[in-house]
Design a protein around this ligand. Structure first.
Ligand SMILES: [Zn+2]
Length: 144
């Protein structure tokens, strides 16, 4: 399967560095939590920063994890592989940085609200938990 086959099934696809971002089809994604890239072995890589397993992500658009491995590459030279490896890493990093920028704003707003003695309702707490999970996930990508 080519990466285009996955991209064509996603919503909100945008070019991001050497990869793409899109709305994750496996959860109610209001922001672009999904990072897509092509790995050094030609595999299609998909990473949801809200923590959806890759099987759920591809399953939600009628594909299987095996489809991601089916890509055929013309160029198997070490240089081409290294180039694809770097592209996949850059795509993940730029997605992680965007997630951090967005979700840290949510965490900062919550910190400010605590400082002001504001009360949190269930939705606020759920959104804060989501932000914390995403920040955690982005940190793992950036420090791997
Ligand atoms: Zn997701």
């Amino acid at each position: 399967m080519s990466v285009d086959a996955l991209l064509s099934r996603l919503i909100g696809v945008r070019r991001s560095g050497n990869g793409w971002t899109a709305r994750c089809p496996a959860h109610d994604d209001r922001t672009a939590s999904l990072s897509i890239a092509v790995g050094d072995d030609g595999r299609v890589l998909a990473h949801c920063f809200s923590g959806c397993p890759v099987a759920d992500v591809v399953g939600a658009v009628g594909l299987s994890v095996a489809d991601l491995f089916a890509a055929r590459l013309g160029d198997h030279s070490p240089m081409a592989r290294e180039e694809r490896r770097r592209a996949a890493r850059d795509a993940d990093w730029s997605a992680a940085v965007r997630v951090l920028a967005r979700e840290s704003a949510v965490a900062l707003a919550a910190a400010k609200a605590i400082e002001d003695g504001a009360l949190f309702d269930a939705d606020d707490i759920a959104r804060l938990r989501e932000a914390i999970d995403r920040i955690q996930c982005a940190r793992e990508v950036l420090t791997a």
